[in-house]
Design a protein around this ligand. Structure first.
Ligand code: GLY
Length: 322
């Protein structure tokens, strides 16, 4: 049995991002929005936003934009928490989780998918080419192959070496830390006024084989409601699932919260469920129908990238535990 304390053990928060790239702390201060706009989690979100922006700026749909954006970190082997090059589970398997949701409440999802570099595109195919919302494991792989996706080895030499190192003194127990949680969640509002979102990850490094986090779960890692806006999550999936985090953020906005306040209240809900927040990092991002946006996290160190016609920057989110 894995002790919860051990399971929640985190590494240091420092060193994730060069401070010089940060735009300073955001406050609950983005009352006015503009469209189109795209937001995504963490520092690699800037590159992903660029790909999404190319779609949005030519009047493309938010759905096409978030798929294009999410594919960027998925295909980059240097990003060790998403897609190709992602760190494996404790048995050495790279298993990927992803979901996508559009302005018509249509969604698709894959979990524990192996051998396919772009799970976000498989998730979109689940949405559009299957009668289901979610496919997992072997079934998801069979479906992907039937849709023309190529089977590949996703375990890069660097990730294999990390895994070998981890095994030396890990006692075969999964370990949660901030570095292992850099899921990309991406949400966008297009010039037609529609919202969509995508979320994709390799999950926590060294997880138990078969573990699935929040990222492929509609309502947890991602939620979209075209009457209100969209939200996405990053961080410790087990905690995000317990409160249906992204759905909670969207419902907070429906009741009148600004995007940042909506994220803050979702973080506070998670705080209220725990005796201690030591070792727990979660972050949320949100956008509303006006194009106003925000983010908030449990611990310091979370940043998100935003791009609209005025801004292209990385924002250090306010955090609960500062
Ligand atoms: N948020 C990613 C995961 O927990 O798998």
């Amino acid at each position: 049995m894995i002790s919860r304390k051990k399971f929640l053990k985190i590494g240091v928060l420092s060193g994730l991002l060069p401070l010089s790239k940060w735009s300073g702390g955001s406050s609950i201060s983005h009352p006015k929005g503009r469209k189109p706009v795209v937001l995504s989690t963490w520092n690699f979100g800037k590159q992903a936003n660029k790909a999404a922006w190319n779609v949005l700026a030519s009047n493309g749909s938010a759905l096409d934009a978030v798929e294009a954006g999410a594919r960027v970190p998925e295909g980059n082997p240097d990003i060790r928490t998403v897609g190709y090059g992602g760190r494996p589970d404790r048995d050495g398997f790279v298993t990927l989780d992803a979901c996508i949701m559009d302005h018509n409440d249509q969604c698709g999802s894959v979990a524990a998918l192996q051998h396919i570099k772009h799970p976000i595109s498989v998730a979109r195919k689940v949405k559009e080419e299957s009668p289901h919302v979610m496919l997992v494991g072997e079934g998801a792989l069979d479906f992907a192959v039937s849709q023309g996706f190529e089977k590949e080895n996703l375990l890069t030499e660097e990730s294999r070496k990390d895994w070998e190192e981890w095994k030396k003194d890990a006692e075969y127990e999964p370990e949660i830390n901030i570095e292992n949680h850099d899921t990309i969640g991406m949400i966008a509002l297009d010039s037609a006024g529609n919202v969509s979102g995508a979320c994709t990850t390799s999950g926590t490094a060294w997880k138990m084989h078969g573990r699935v986090g929040d990222s492929p779960l509609i309502g947890s890692g991602l939620f979209v409601d075209n009457e209100v806006g969209a939200a996405a999550a990053t961080g410790l999936g087990e905690e995000i699932i317990r409160v249906s985090g992204s759905h909670l953020v969207v419902e907070n906005m429906r009741r009148g919260d600004s995007p940042e306040m909506a994220c803050k209240r979702a973080v506070e809900r998670i705080v209220s469920k725990n005796d201690s927040v030591e070792g727990i990092q979660v972050g949320f991002i949100a956008v509303n129908k006006e194009g106003a946006y925000g983010g908030y996290s449990m611990q310091e160190g979370f940043s998100f990238a935003v791009r609209n016609s005025e801004e292209d920057r990385l924002i250090k989110a306010q955090s609960w535990n500062r």
